[in-house]
Design a protein around this ligand. Structure first.
Ligand SMILES: Cc1cc2nc3c(=O)[nH]c(=O)nc-3n(C[C@H](O)[C@H](O)[C@H](O)COP(=O)(O)OP(=O)(O)OC[C@H]3O[C@@H](n4cnc5c(N)ncnc54)[C@H](O)[C@@H]3O)c2cc1C
Length: 434
């Protein structure tokens, strides 16, 4: 077995999974540009009247169906998980429409919808989409090239279903603009909805949050290699040579490694490469990221007017269809916080409507944008991964979620293990279908 010196750039779930798996057999070093580790795993500790609340502003929920490898990673850490509610509401600023799909009572939170033919047509279309998309998926009838907009047209699904249900739900899940959602590959979208039980009214997974906030896993996961992490790391570029890799810092220090793992986003990796290959430019460039402004606050006016319509995820529909996704997570519902004197809200991309006096924190998180070229780019991973002493991981290689971050890291770990005899020492990970 050759003990290699491996640089890992980024300390989100992808970088930390890579580090946790490789550190027993290799000499790893994690570089994180922020002052704290965790990337999209971030928890804010808020004090109100002497009571302390741990509120998540990035990664919040996971389930038992899909997050197999994440659950396995968490198992030895002895953390407590709390079952959570995953309801979804709409608040339309233009038409005043409000509904919450949690149950029949909340679906008709706005009683006038009991008499609305278009509302019933939307419900009928939801049931049709749930039924027929699974049938089409199972029968391999959805071509790779088909966009979501084209699929809806083929299926003759109504405007209200598209604009007031499925597009906002997808936009909320991927923090993607409504216009971008219509360009999503239909196959990618339907496979994700099927795997997460989103095409069924009853047969759905139980979702969980971590007690103490998502950050609860960071300390125990990194404890065995915490002296191998540099925060506030200022990397200027990464140069690959025949027999080593150089991490060049802003102060011009050059740190030699045998291999490098880019556990940051596709665009961030590309910008660090001193000489990206044409394949790296094409593949990483085909999965761009978009920025989301995220605010933690207690302004309940961001939630639907009717309390019955308050869901765990509350999507805001506005007049501008080209605007980025805008939604408010009700963190009291999501994190089962029952004793707070306020409603903790996390709102994406609607800062101008939040009472500044009620703002607790401001954050910026970037999210991958999946378009026509992204699936093809993901499929070309092996043209750049494990080539030229370079590896890539991050949630963007699959669906953009925590399990995807873990799976992408396990693929890197497998590649490194297979390259020498260490595969005897490292357990071969089994990839889950996220
Ligand atoms: C608001 C929000 C809520 C979400 N909620 C959920 C959820 O409930 N469930 C779920 O499964 N997913 C959720 N996600 C998706 C989330 O993005 C993924 O689950 C996952 O956390 C992404 O992990 P990652 O390791 O790929 O990237 P990140 O967590 O973004 O980690 C990348 C890291 O690389 C670092 N980095 C970048 N450039 C450099 C550099 N030059 N040098 C050193 N370090 C660098 C960054 O600072 C960062 O720490 C959510 C995302 C957002 C934005």
């Amino acid at each position: 077995m050759t003990r290699k010196k491996i640089a890992i750039i980024g300390s989100g779930i992808a970088g930390l999974t890579t580090a946790a798996k490789l550190h027993p057999v290799h000499d790893i070093h994690v570089f994180e540009k922020n002052a704290v580790i965790g990337g999209h795993t971030h928890t804010e500790h808020v004090k109100i009247n002497e009571q302390s609340f741990a509120i998540n502003t990035g990664f919040i929920v996971y389930n038992d169906w899909v997050y197999k490898n994440f659950n396995e990673l968490m198992e030895p850490l002895n953390l407590k998980r709390i079952p959570t509610e995953m309801s979804f509401s709409i608040k339309d600023d233009v038409t005043g429409l409000e509904y919450n799909g949690h149950n029949l009572d909340t679906l008709f939170a706005q009683r006038r919808n009991l008499l609305s033919p278009s509302f019933y047509k939307m419900i009928k279309d939801i049931l049709k989409f749930n039924r027929e998309s699974i049938e089409d998926y199972n029968a391999n009838r959805i071509p790779d090239s088909l966009s979501l907009a084209e699929y809806f047209k083929q299926k003759k699904l109504g405007k209200m279903f598209i604009t007031k249900y499925i597009v906002p739900m997808g936009a909320a899940i991927w923090s993607s603009g409504e216009a971008d959602m219509l360009n999503f590959p239909a196959l990618f979208f339907i496979r994700f909805f099927k795997n997460h039980g989103l095409l069924s009214v009853k047969d759905r997974p139980q979702w969980y949050t971590l007690d103490g906030g998502s950050e609860a896993y960071l300390e125990p996961l990194t404890a065995p290699f915490k002296d191998k992490i540099t925060t506030s790391a200022q990397i200027k570029s990464v140069a690959r040579h025949d027999d080593y890799v150089e991490i060049i810092m802003e102060n011009n220090d050059c740190l030699p490694f045998d291999e490098v793992v880019f556990a940051c986003h596709s665009d961030q990796a590309l910008s660090l490469l001193a000489k990206p290959s044409p394949e790296e430019q094409a593949i990483l460039g085909a999965i761009p990221y978009t920025s989301n402004e995220v605010i933690l606050h207690t302004d309940e006016t961001l939630l639907p007017k009717r309390k019955k319509a308050w869901a765990a995820w509350n999507y805001h529909l506005g007049a501008d269809k080209t605007a980025p996704a805008s939604l408010t997570y009700n963190m009291n519902l999501l994190q089962s916080i029952e004793n707070a004197p306020v409603t903790f809200c996390v709102t994406l991309n609607r800062t101008h409507l939040i009472n500044p006096d009620k703002i607790i924190g401001r954050y910026q998180y970037d999210h991958p944008v999946f378009g026509a070229d992204s699936e093809n780019a993901q499929a070309r991973y092996h043209e750049i991964g494990n080539k030229n002493r370079t590896h890539y991981c991050g949630a963007y290689w699959f669906n953009g979620f925590h399990e995807d971050g873990v799976n992408s890291a396990l693929r890197v770990v497998t590649d490194i293990a297979l390259a020498d005899s260490t595969h005897q020492t490292l357990k071969q990970p089994e990839m889950s279908e996220a």
